[in-house]
Design a binder for this molecule. Structure first.
Ligand code: FAD
Length: 426
């Protein structure tokens, strides 16, 4: 659907032959592209090669729910300072989305009119009201909206984050390609990395070529275990999404959708929605049928799985927006998230030669963080760790998930017995 709303020329070139460079980045989503952009801003002469298996934005970055949100999944800070610090970091990621979209992307790619977190039980809405007040007291903008201010059916209240927004990631990444190439970053699409040989000089094998680099950035998020890294720490989870055709303004008014960009609900089986730049309603989640983990991290299932997920999400969408009961689904798709056991992501550098950089495991809450990751990795590459040491993702060791078949069995047991979605908030 994001592709249908994008009008960006997509010149691509694949790698043929051997090249030598300073730093190679594998993955052309927000993490990889932001890393290339930050490295280039700082070091005009650095050799940077970006390798993408398909095209820029073909992973989660071009397939997501579009809400650019504050906060790091899985983290519960103990002090107002820690709360401000985390909020400040993700706010910097949202600012970056705004800056890049304003400079490089077509108008409408990014919008920042706030996102809602909707509460579906009176007790939780009351607790949310207090939470919004404590955020405001800590200097973090947050507004509690009572049920009377919301058109969403079944909502008892919501917190509006006025600094959150909406992004067409596919459009942004496509728009960043020309300035990256013009600045001397070598971008190769349709170039899957088949094998990584670690060493002082790292060697990357691709179908028709080879890259030798002094440092490597793994910007492959959910696909990283398939490359042989972070196998124990990352669970690749498929998430289904749908979108309506463009809705006229009258439909948005009947739905009770205000000026905001998107919403999530407060349930373990989290539902999320966004008003796209093309005025479609995008809707995802809402329960376990909207997600799938396949044995061994295999690719998403076929049409039957998609049909079942779509029917389920359409019913969930109609519960929140009953006026859409007869509205057909115009697009449906899926994307792959990287879930970690405690939902906290990791950014850092490691390997025997301290030349393997990574940023991954955003657990479904990664647009702002993956964009921020480019700044973090560029800092670490320059040896500046101080700016990030106190954040929970810095050099975070991912907790080990069980190996197969326990992993698959554990996923089934967890989702069926607890009724929780694996994408729950921490
Ligand atoms: C359905 C869905 C809804 C979401 N909704 C939201 C949301 O509303 N808000 C939010 O904040 N987050 C959301 N997320 C999460 C967010 O989209 C991700 O956290 C973020 O995009 C991760 O960016 P990334 O660049 O790290 O990974 P990706 O965008 O997945 O990029 C990785 C890239 O690596 C490439 N690649 C993989 N293997 C190789 C290889 N061997 N060689 C070369 N290239 C390779 C892939 O093709 C891909 O392009 C959602 C995710 C999904 C799937």
């Amino acid at each position: 659907m994001w592709v249908a709303e994008t009008d960006v020329p997509r010149p691509t070139q694949k790698l043929t032959g051997r090249i030598v460079t300073d730093i190679a980045i594998v993955g052309g989503g927000f993490t990889g592209v932001s890393t290339a952009w930050h490295l280039r801003q700082r070091s005009p002469g650095l050799g940077i090669v970006l390798l993408e298996a398909c095209t820029l934005g073909s992973g989660a970055s071009g397939r997501n729910g579009g809400q650019v949100l504050n906060w790091i999944n899985g983290v519960t800070p103990q002090t107002p300072e820690a709360t401000r610090r985390i909020h400040g970091a993700t706010r910097a990621g949202i600012d970056l989305a705004e800056e890049l979209a304003t400079r490089y992307a077509p108008p409408g790619t990014f919008r920042r009119q706030g996102c809602l977190e909707v509460y579906t039980h009176p007790r939780r809405a009351e607790a949310a009201h207090q939470h919004a007040e404590s955020l405001s007291a800590a200097g973090i903008p947050a507004e509690f909206l009572p049920a009377s201010a919301l058109g969403v059916a079944g909502a008892y209240g919501a917190i509006l984050d006025p600094l959150a927004g909406r992004l067409n990631g596919y459009a942004l990444l496509g728009a960043l390609r020309p300035p990256l190439v013009a600045s001397g970053v070598s971008v190769y699409e349709h170039t899957p990395v088949r094998r990584v040989h670690d060493g002082v000089e790292i060697v990357l094998e691709t179908p028709e070529g080879e890259v030798r680099a002094r440092a490597l950035v793994l910007a492959t998020n959910a696909y990283t275990p398939a490359l042989g890294f972070f196998r124990r720490g990352i669970l690749p989870l498929h998430s289904h999404v749908l979108a309506t055709a463009p809705l006229p303004e009258a439909d948005w008014s009947r739905m009770g959708w205000g000026h905001w960009d998107g919403f999530t609900d407060d349930l373990d089986r989290i539902a999320y929605a966004c008003r796209t730049p093309g005025d479609r309603l995008l809707f995802g989640g809402g329960g376990n049928p909207a997600y799938a983990y396949r044995f061994g991290g295999a690719p998403v299932g076929g049409a039957r799985e998609g049909d079942r997920a779509t029917r389920f999400m359409q019913a969930a969408m109609t519960r929140y927006f009953p006026t859409l009961a007869q509205t057909p689904v115009a697009h449906r798709w899926s994307g792959t998230l990287a879930i970690t056991l405690d939902r906290v992501c990791s950014m850092g550098v490691g390997g025997a030669n301290r030349n393997l950089y990574h940023a991954l495991g955003y657990s479904g809450h990664g647009i702002a963080l993956a964009l921020l990751a480019g700044r973090v990795i560029a800092d670490l590459y320059e040896g500046n760790h101080e700016a990030w040491r106190d954040l929970p993702f810095y050099q975070k060791r991912l907790l080990p998930l069980p190996p197969e078949p326990l992993r698959w069995l554990g996923y089934q047991a967890y989702t069926r017995l607890t009724g929780r979605s694996p994408r729950r908030r921490g």
